[in-house]
Design a binder for this molecule. Sequence first.
Ligand code: AMP
Length: 405
Amino acid sequence: MIVLVVNCGSSSFKYQLLDMESGGGGGRLLCSGLVERIGEGQSPLAHKKYLPDGETRSVKLEEGCADHREAFRAVLAVLMHPDHGVIERVDEIKAVGHRVVQGGEAMRRACVVGEAEKAVIARLADMAPLHNPANLQGIEVAQAFCPRAPSVAVFDTEFYADMPAKAFRYAIPEKFYTDLGIRRYGFHGTSHKFVSRQAALTLGRPLKDLNLITCHLGNGCSLTAIQGGVGVDTSMGFTPLAGTIMGTRCGDVDPAVVPFLVSKGYAAAEVDRLLNKESGLKALCGLNDMRDVHSAKEKGDPKAQLAFEMLCYSIRRQIGALWACLGRVDALAFTAGIGENDPDVRRASLEGLESWGVLLDLEKNKIRSPEPRVISREESSVKALVVPTNEELEIARATMEVLEK
Ligand code: AMP
């Protein structure tokens, strides 16, 4: 069964086409790609086709996509292209799985999206203004172009639907929770879920028996405490601004900083921008890409050195907090751009945790591989892993599960 997975940003359209086996977790990737700069005149479309022999074929096209509708049309054209594509007709796509960032308390599980669900996703846009409107646009265009394929929404927040109240409530007056929905939601849930399943497979142990801390370290960073496959706590909060330092996001700061800045004449929108776009690594050293931070650090830039140290310290702090919540930890798993590729961040984030039972194997930690792998020593009582994430495959699996129900 062919499933199209769609992840729409405000000016981007990311997709994967997968051939999914029913009843199983497996799926074969057929094509993937990204349209960028939608609405900006020229919109590059980078498309990759995966051949059965393991080879790939890439093509870069220049499209002029004024909106997501035109982007979807361009994507369908390339998917049906005689050389670059793999399908001949749109109706070969049997379902479309959509990443939706904020499901709130109303949307606790992945679901087929009809008019009522779209209204809820739209209503939740005030809590995820950068994401939900774009995610909804993806759903609208998919329903217009693939009317026979059900659209399934898979929420980033879903993995945290079973967090206990003691973990998700904030100690502010209850009406702000009941009336405005202010609580901890958690994000990157699709990635944490995928990584937890892969970690269990890599360890050769049932997920239901494991206590895990998964560390999704990319442009956005979040850590999750997972007990028996259930996300029981997260470093993130009401929005994806909380927790560790990130590329341009501040992570945890005293909330009193906000009214203090307002009292100094900053408008709410300016403070929002400051904390989301001008903070984190970028504020500390002027660079938000971790590779650039390393280059600057190696040239002796003290600000880049401090940014690196602060990032790793903030990760270690979150590991400590989640560890205390779980009580016992069987394994820590690193994923996403930094977590999968940066041995220095992994080493520095685990520094000092030897007495807690995490014994990193420094050689294994340096090995580069696209495969899930153990990077702790044999005698380490708590295992450390690197697990490449695959949010699209997880969305396709969730889509299949919803439709099979
Ligand atoms: P993501 O959001 O998962 O795409 O991750 C993006 C982050 O991963 C950026 O900060 C990149 O600098 C970082 N990243 C990607 N590749 C590497 C690498 N080889 N070494 C260090 N950081 C990397």
